[in-house]
Write a protein that binds this ligand. Structure first.
Ligand code: ADP
Ligand code: NI
Length: 217
């Protein structure tokens, strides 16, 4: 017989898969499964409460504000309603909801008022999935969704973006590398996350070098 925790994880997977059925490819159920796996991998080295980490990873993008007119309260509320239906203690539910509220990159523009090892681990996993080959693929998917240009040599990256400008997402996808992706390596919370980010970071630099070589032929 399956243990209670495993039943809850299975229920959560089914719930998230159903909810994200129509999500765009950068934030679909595959992204969730990758973040889950990366979180578990980091947790093997860093510790943390594995149940909170797995549930937080599964629910972290349940309703991305980008796709809900910028509303940042919908995701945490959906997660809370679901978790409360799952026989979990209030304390665990609130810790996971806090994680979902804090995890997004756009919230790094503001001072965070909550932190935990579990949040740090899931955030590292989410950031790892935004860099490297997969991160590049996701950036171009998002740029396509926004109908942004791939590159414009006359548009310089805006390195001092505020949160609202970032959320509008009007930039070239190559500039997004400088505005976000190349910054992530140094924003990793855990030692394990930092190490895992190195190779993905190098790959992005290599990609950019090749890109400019082809552009300037
Ligand atoms: P988070 O989900 O952590 O808040 P974002 O919403 O900023 O992160 O980004 C989610 C994904 O969309 C990432 O892969 C990110 O690189 C990509 N993305 C966000 N904004 C842009 C943009 N303006 N151009 C290209 N990709 C973007
Ligand atoms: Ni995510």
């Amino acid at each position: 017989m399956k243990k209670n925790n495993e039943i809850i994880i299975d229920n959560t997977k089914k719930f998230v898969k159903q909810k994200l059925k129509k999500a765009e490819a950068g934030h679909d159920y595959w992204h969730i499964l990758r973040v889950l796996k990366l979180s578990e991998k980091i947790a093997q080295k860093e510790g943390g409460n594995l149940m909170i980490i797995r549930l937080g990873a599964l629910l972290h993008d349940i309703a991305d504000a980008k796709f809900h007119n910028g509303d940042e309260t919908i995701g945490p509320q959906i997660a809370r309603d679901f978790l409360q239906s799952q026989n979990l203690s209030n304390d665990i539910v609130e810790q996971i909801v806090q994680i979902i509220e804090q995890i997004s990159f756009k919230n790094s523009f503001e001072k965070q008022n909550y932190s935990s090892l579990e949040l740090q681990i899931i955030q590292d996993a989410d950031r790892l999935d935004a860099i490297g080959a997969i991160g590049i693929a996701r950036a171009f998917i998002y740029g396509g969704y926004k109908n942004n240009p791939i590159y414009d040599p006359d548009l310089k990256p805006n390195l001092k973006m505020d949160k609202e400008t970032y959320k509008k997402g009007n930039t070239t996808t190559i500039n997004h590398f400088y505005e976000k992706l190349l910054k992530l390596k140094d924003m990793m919370n855990t030692q394990t996350g930092k190490q895992m980010a190195e190779e993905r970071h190098r790959f992005m630099l290599q990609f950019l070098e090749q890109f400019y070589n082809e552009w300037d032929i």
